[in-house]
Design a protein around this ligand. Structure first.
Ligand SMILES: *[C@@H]1O[C@H](CO)[C@@H](O)[C@H](O)[C@H]1NC(C)=O
Ligand SMILES: *[C@@H]1O[C@H](CO)[C@@H](O)[C@H](O)[C@H]1NC(C)=O
Ligand SMILES: *[C@@H]1O[C@H](CO)[C@@H](O)[C@H](O)[C@H]1NC(C)=O
Ligand SMILES: *[C@@H]1O[C@H](CO)[C@@H](O)[C@H](O)[C@H]1NC(C)=O
Ligand SMILES: [Zn+2]
Length: 530
């Protein structure tokens, strides 16, 4: 959703506005700016040259192709629909549909018999409903990776305006409707279906890997993902990288961009939930003090809203995203985006004007709960408020807490951290980043017109629990998002096209084989193959 807004912004108001602002800046600063622009132009041109690296043609180590015939296609879609029809809803951390989770377990065993019976695969149930598969590789020296997906979904009610009941998997115009089609049963079923086909065709990986399926991702993953992590940690497993859900292929969502962009998430924002409270002596409302606990707390909360966290656009991984995409934009956006060293303060100012693009620019502050008062004629003895902050990659949890304290600036307001974590480390996305480059290569083979770039998730995924096991966490699903689709995430009319689901199966089918290469070809030789 954020990306779409960002795109609208960069197109509608800002294209005109940026040019306008530039004129003012140039007029004011004269020659110095002119010199900077010259440097900037050079950089714009040179970035295009790098684009060729995407086409590196690697020698395949495995070469099994998947031709899906009509009967197989019907089977594959029927299995997927069955998965959508099981309402594996997480209502809260303690309330999930256990009947549905048990059904889901049965479905997996029925749908993927080869996965469950192959002697290359070791399967374990984790915390009753989550799953960990280990697929043995023939070269044990190659560091394993992990594919992650989740079984649970957020609630959905037909009366909210669904065109088809949310757990019906009904087909309308080539789309399968249902909660979980995007998030995250498309990926989950797609990766197991791909493994099922690979094993049926006699494939044996060189590089071993794991598949982890959590059952409580939507409510923090403390049972599923966290227990999977503990098991791997106990066994001393170190992972080359983790691939989880997160970002997708955006088609027509970033306005001004030529062709679709596949964004691979390389970080996630952090979080802090801060409880603010004020206690005062209770008294009668006929003899009120000058300020009540409510007044004191309300003023503190208001200060937090009026003083947003600093603008940090360009200081985090969003910079890499813009630079990767720059060459696919038309001027003047191309010029601006390839020179964030110069323009990021300007872009930051424009993006901050709308809530969803503002989320890219800074740590956001949301006052989400406010409770106080006991009786209409009693001075409230106690007032409390909760503030939920989403932390930008360039800031730490501690820095944010310090800023909240100095902004509140009132010793009568007690401050407690009720929950929080730092932004996730930034995973590598350069030409030496194995996971990133193999995902990129697989995508470019399947969809040659797509531009692949690193991105940032403003929400959180189960993969954050794996940060002690690996340096590189990537967040991407081969979901094809058109305008309007990002709103379907956790919203109404979540749906996936039949073609897109088949693409996901094909994607994992190739991806798993591509991960078998022992190392990346060095960038010089790959450039030569052009
Ligand atoms: C893949 O296998 C087919 C036949 O099975 C062969 O014709 C083709 O050259 C192979 N391609 C590569 C890249 O190894
Ligand atoms: C839980 O799942 C079962 C089917 O697996 C379904 O019949 C039931 O209605 C679900 N319960 C709720 C509360 O969604
Ligand atoms: C697993 O199921 C058993 C028996 O139904 C139950 O006692 C236990 O608490 C469950 N464990 C978890 C982690 O849910
Ligand atoms: C990761 O390691 C840190 C420091 O050793 C520890 O505090 C933290 O609990 C670990 N996190 C997980 C998810 O295991
Ligand atoms: Zn999800």
């Amino acid at each position: 959703m954020v990306l779409r807004r960002l795109a609208q912004l960069t197109k509608m108001d800002s294209k005109i506005r940026i040019v306008h602002v530039l004129k003012i800046v140039a007029g004011t600063l004269g020659l110095a700016v002119l010199l900077l622009f010259t440097a900037a132009s050079i950089r714009t041109l040179s970035l295009d040259v790098n684009a060729g690296l995407q086409l590196a043609n690697w020698e395949k180590t495995n070469n099994i192709s998947l031709v899906i015939e009509q009967r197989q296609r019907e089977q594959l879609l029927a299995t997927f629909k069955e998965a959508i029809r099981i309402p594996t809803v997480s209502f809260s951390e303690t309330e999930m549909n256990q009947t549905a989770l048990l059904h889901f377990n049965q479905l997996l065993r029925k749908a993927f018999p080869t996965v469950f019976s192959s002697n290359l695969v070791h399967h374990e149930l984790v915390a009753n409903y989550s799953h960990l598969f280990r697929v043995r590789g023939s070269l044990p020296d190659l560091e394993p990776y992990l594919l992650l997906a989740h079984i649970d979904v957020v609630p959905a009610t037909e009366s909210d305006g669904w065109e088809a009941p949310p757990f019906s998997a009904q087909e309308i115009d080539g789309f399968i409707y249902g909660r979980g089609t995007f998030d995250d049963k498309g990926s989950l079923m797609g990766m197991l279906q791909a493994l099922e086909y690979l094993l049926m065709k006699g494939y044996a990986p060189r590089r071993g890997f794991y598949i982890g399926l959590g059952h409580d991702e939507e409510v923090h993953g403390h049972q599923g993902a966290l227990n999977i992590v503990r098991m791997l940690e106990q066994r001393g497993v170190r992972l080359l990288f983790v691939l989880d859900e997160g970002l997708a292929i955006l088609d027509g969502i970033l306005d001004g961009l030529e062709g679709p962009a596949a964004l691979i998430g390389i970080s996630e924002k952090g979080q802090a939930t801060v409880k603010l409270s004020v206690s005062t002596v209770p008294s009668h409302s006929s003899i009120p003090p000058r300020e009540t606990s409510i007044g004191i707390l309300a003023a503190a909360v208001k200060r937090l809203e009026e003083n947003p966290m600093p603008r940090l656009f360009g200081m985090g991984p969003e910079k890499a995203m813009f630079e990767h995409l720059a060459h696919k934009f038309k001027l003047p956006m191309k010029f601006i985006m390839s020179n964030l060293w110069l323009f990021s303060p300007l872009i930051g100012r424009i993006l901050e004007r709308r809530p969803d693009s503002n989320a890219f620019v800074r740590t956001t502050t949301a006052v989400t709960m406010f409770n106080a008062g006991v009786k209409v004629n009693v001075i409230p003895p106690y007032a409390e408020a909760f503030v939920n902050l989403r932390i930008h990659s360039a800031q730490s949890l501690q820095e944010v807490l310090d800023l909240v304290r100095t902004t509140v600036a009132d010793e009568r307001v007690k401050m407690e951290l009720s929950d929080g974590f730092d932004p996730l480390p930034v995973s590598s996305s350069d030409e030496k980043a194995f996971g990133f480059q193999v995902i990129k290569k697989t995508l470019l083979d399947m969809f040659p017109g797509v531009t692949v770039a690193p991105g940032i998730c403003i929400g959180n995924t189960d993969s954050r629990h794996f940060r002690n096991l690996t340096n590189d966490i990537y967040r991407f699903s081969a979901l094809w998002f058109k305008p309007g689709d990002p709103q379907r995430f956790h919203g109404i009319n979540e749906r996936i096209s039949k073609k897109n689901y088949e693409d996901i199966v094909q994607f994992f089918f190739s991806l798993i084989q591509n991960f078998d290469i022992q190392r990346l070809p060095d960038s010089h030789s790959s450039a030569h193959e052009l």
